[in-house]
Design a binder for this molecule. Structure first.
Ligand code: GSH
Length: 312
């Protein structure tokens, strides 16, 4: 999937392409080769379990569901049937419970060849609106995190679009780039959906307010830059906006200003089957770090890994 990127990763620089064809080079902040922390061992997946020291983090991140309901839980055209577990072959992903499994499906629009590029940060309600439509449309996105005081990607937004305003989207498939969350949402549903903006994303001020309330349990997280090493290749994360386990990982990716490709896989996403086949299990978040060769489940351990590998 990393092969779909629209820039060439060089050992010493990031090359970030803009819609107008200009290329900005961002110098790496550390020359030391990246490696996993000493004695690193990827933990086994433990679905729906919370590490004791993360209980309050996960509870805080779960509050979003109260304010935003199922937006970003389900992909577009989601439908589900409950069937006996024996009806699902073992090589097929399906969430199971008490002898039954969920047979889920979706109706998705045209797929972009290259990931959409979005400059944003976690705690911004307008950015969150765009992240929700990414989940609904089941898109892959190359995120350039722009925490406050972030030295790398915030300045690029001003250079590319002429002003310091987030979120900012670049679609390398069409050359279109734009500010304004509502315009980005309309563009994305027109191009990669059925043209309709979901109701909960079309309520104007009420949408923006509930997006803000959704993050009330995580105030201050995912906003401020923590000095870090900028990796030569973007990390890859399998996750979706509504999952509280994914949320706590995304906050740290933003704080450390780590570019990452999100493989969004809300309920009904066909990408769940892809991850299932690739690693023999489906659970999110799942992190792949091409800079160190690490692939891992488990939110609390992913947070520890990111801080140990990238924080300065
Ligand atoms: N202990 C894991 C729990 C993660 C988890 O349970 N994630 C849910 C989504 S919120 C999941 O992937 N469930 C399996 C499924 O949906 O099939 C962690 O902290 O990462």
């Amino acid at each position: 999937m990393a092969g779909m990127l629209n820039y060439t990763a060089a050992p010493a620089f990031w090359a970030v392409s803009a819609s107008n064809g200009r290329v900005f080079r961002v110098k790496l902040s550390a020359n030391t080769p990246l490696s996993p922390p000493p004695n690193f061992k990827a933990p086994p997946p433990k679905p729906f379990s919370i590490r004791p020291d993360s209980v309050f983090d996960i509870m805080g991140a779960s509050l979003a569901l109260l304010f935003r309901l199922t937006t970003s839980v389900l992909v577009s055209g989601y439908s589900v049937n409950v069937v006996p577990a024996s009806e699902i072959p073992p090589d097929q992903y399906a969430l199971g419970f008490a002898g039954f499994k969920l047979k889920e499906s979706s109706k998705l629009g045209p797929r972009p060849d290259k990931p959409i590029e979005i400059y944003e940060y976690e705690s911004c309600p307008f950015c969150r609106k765009v992240r929700e439509i990414v989940a609904v449309l089941d898109l892959d996105v190359l995120y350039y995190p722009c925490p406050r005081n972030g030295p790398n990607f915030r300045p690029k937004v001003s250079q590319m679009g002429g002003k310091q305003l987030l979120p900012y989207m670049v679609d390398p498939n069409t050359g279109v780039s734009m500010y304004e969350s509502d315009d980005i949402i309309k563009y994305l549903v027109g191009k990669y959906g059925d043209g309709n903006v979901p109701l909960l994303l079309s309520l104007g001020l009420l949408t923006t307010l509930t997006e803000g309330f959704a993050m009330i349990g995580r105030i201050g997280k995912g906003s401020l830059y923590t000095p870090s090493k900028l990796p030569p290749k973007p990390l890859e994360i399998w996750a979706y906006e509504a999952s509280p386990f994914c949320k706590v990982v995304r906050e740290v990716l933003v704080e450390l200003e780590l570019p990452h490709i999100l493989h969004s896989c809300a309920r009904g996403s066909p990408k769940r089957q892809i991850l299932y086949e690739r690693v023999g299990h489906f659970q999110v978040p799942y992190l792949e770090d091409p800079n160190t060769g690490v692939g891992m489940f488990e939110s609390a351990e992913i947070v520890d890994y990111l801080k140990a590998t990238y924080a300065l």
